[in-house]
Each structure stands twice: as C-alpha cells, then as structure tokens.
Design a protein around this ligand. Sequence first.
Ligand SMILES: C[S@@+](CC[C@H](N)C(=O)[O-])C[C@H]1O[C@@H](n2cnc3c(N)ncnc32)[C@H](O)[C@@H]1O
Length: 411
Amino acid sequence: MTDSNFNADTEGFLRDLQQAFRVGALLRLVLSKYKGAEVDLNRITIRPVQIKEQKLLSFLYEYRTNHVTKNLTIEDAIAQFQLWFGRDFHNAHMITDEWETQLSFSKKGKVLINKNRNKNSTPTGAASVDKTSSAQPELAHNRSKLRYVEQDRPYLHELGITDANGQIIPAMSRKWKQINKFIEVLSTAIQQTGLDKCSELHIADFGSGKAYLTFAVHDYLTANLGVKTQVTGVELRQGLVDLCNQTAQKLSLTGIKFEQGDVQHFSAQGINIMIALHACDTATDYALNMGIRTGAEIIMCSPCCHKQIRPQLKSPALLAPVLQHGIHLGQEAEMITDGLRALLLEAHGYDTKVFEFISLEHTSKNKMILAQKRKTARDNTEVLQQIAAIKAFYGIQEQCLETLLQSEPHK
Ligand SMILES: C[S@@+](CC[C@H](N)C(=O)[O-])C[C@H]1O[C@@H](n2cnc3c(N)ncnc32)[C@H](O)[C@@H]1O
C-alpha cells in the first residue's frame, strides 16, 4: 500500500477489524476489485475460525476455477492487509454483528469509507435490551449459532443452497436449517469426545445421497477446526456418486470422495465418525454395525422406514383398539426398533441419546440417534437383559443390528 492511501480511514478500518475480531463480533471481510499479479484470483473472503483453542482468520482465495484456504493470526492478517489495501485490492467490505463498512480505493489513490448499521444484525428489540447482563448470553448464543455454517461457503452455492450472491435460495431454506442443526449437534459431540484434538479424522457417510451433509461435515472439519479430514460417502446410486465426485473436483476439494456401494457389503476400518442419515430400513443397522465394529468415537444416524420389526410385533390384547390404526402400529414399530438400536449401542460401549433432530418438509424423518463411545468400559449385563425382556414382551424373533453384532467380531 502506498503512503498516500494509508490515511486515518484505513487505520480506523483496521482498528475496527481488530476490535471486532477480539470481541467475537466479526462476521466476515470480503476483499474484491483485485488488481494484483494473480491472473485468476477474483476475491478473498475472510472469516474468524477457532482452531485448536486458537482464534484465527480463515482466508478463502476464490480463483476462477478453484478455491484455496489459508489460516492466519490477526497480526499476520493485518500486516497482509497493509500490503494489499489500495495496491492489490481496491475494495474491502467488513461485516460485523452491528456494522457494515466499505473501504474503497480510487485509481487516483483516494480512500473512501462508508459505514452503516448491519441491516441483518440482532433484532432491534434484542439490541435495545442487551444493556442488561441477562441479555448478553442470548446475544452470544445467537452469534455462535450463526457461525456453525457460513452462508458464503462455496459448496453451498455448488449444491444449490445459495445463489450467486451467497443468499439462501428460499426453496432450500429447510435444507439450510437441517445442515446447521446437524453441524451444531456434530460440533458438540466432537468436543465432548475430544476428536477436535486429533490431527486427522476419518468419516464415513452411508447413504450419502446428494451429499449436502457430507460436504458440510468436510467443510466444517477442515475450514473451521483445521483438522485433516478424509470423508467417504457411500451411496447405492451411481448417478449421485458421479455427481458428488464431480462437485468435489470442481471445488478442488481433497479429502472427500464418493463410492458406489451397498452399505450391506461395504467394509471400513479406522472410522472416527460414522454417519447414516435417512438410510432406508435395515441399511441403518448395517451402518450402525460397521460404526461399532470399527470403533467409531461418534455414531450419528437418523433412521427411516422401520419395516423389519413391524410384522413381528405381538402387543397385549388390551392395546388392540389402539393399534388397530395402522399409523399407531407404525409408530410403535419405529419406537421399539430405535429403542432397541439405542440399547444395543449402550451395550456395546456407547452413551446414547435419541432426540428430535429437525423436521424436513413433508417427512417425519426427524429422529436422531447420537452415540458417543465411552472412555471406560462398563458392565453391560443389565442392558442385555433389558433388550431380551423387550424382545420377549413383543415376541420379536429378530432385530437386524443385534444379529449382525452377534455374528461378527467387533472391537
Ligand atoms: C433419503 S436419502 C438421504 C440422503 C442423505 N443422507 C441426507 O440425509 O440428505 C437416502 C439415500 O440412501 C441411499 N441408500 C439406501 N439404501 C442404501 C444402501 N443399502 N447402501 C447405500 N446407500 C443406500 C439411497 O440411494 C438414498 O440416496
């Protein structure tokens, strides 16, 4: 940057940036109008990330055909901006919780600054009451909630969740909510199991479909946590596998790949996180079995189509008037199937939770089974007895996961 550009406005802009970064109010900084030597560079999007307890700035270099990410400390970033502003980049747009500030450099070296309230900031009601100490956690919570997934991530645009301006396409808003909720749940589990301290993680996503969540996991682990990540999506349909591999290639992503295969015949080793979301019927059992056998620290599944148990259920005669309605029978089969799966996970060394995940339009597939591997072994006699008693009560002859766990060796 030339001395003539380094005026009070630029210094003020950099001071505001440092301050916003320090208090956790910085949302993003976009550098554009690039005039530097790299032919294909369009712009750089910068946002705060937390990597192994260190707050850094993640720089996403957006080239014409690919993207590259680099993480810098705030001090190194400021030094870089002092070199770039007015020489390589002629526009810097900073967005914080409260402000949007535009810093522009004209061809003649004039510096213009334009600062306005962020229209999308915390609602005025919340902002006006945040003087009280009780309002602060709420604001902090909102901030962290916003940060699980940033709207400007390139994969979101490639998968049709955002438009060219990084705005959520209205028809995809439910998917967007689902991605955020999923990453929120995953992020908590990762911290609780200590996986965020690992230098490398292996993830398998069974029944990856169009892979919205597969790409989200890869992006979160690599860009937000800075962990070297290998994600494998396994999918029955070759067309989807090809499409997802093309998308990964287009985004120049390494560490994510898709394989055609049936989870029933797939064999995997050394998986840290096993994901199976809406994999049909007993495909969920095969995925759970694989997760347990491979000793995954985290198992996340959202089951669907509970067909195996339903025809086997023998309920007490007293309940016949209730269960004469097919929908109730279906709900009962679902509850017993997933209840048994959760107990089997408990019996095989996992702390398990079953809870509502997020509902998608026109579907009730909103249940999540989240299992985290215990650090110390526990006697499983009582849980195995509970499983046997429930099976006997309902006259259940076979449950796929139980059969798989009994027939195959596991860790
Ligand atoms: C409802 S989609 C869910 C996609 C994705 N997991 C999500 O939640 O957005 C279920 C996917 O699982 C795949 N699938 C079903 N059974 C499978 C199996 N046995 N092995 C591999 N993939 C399977 C289907 O082809 C489909 O793409």
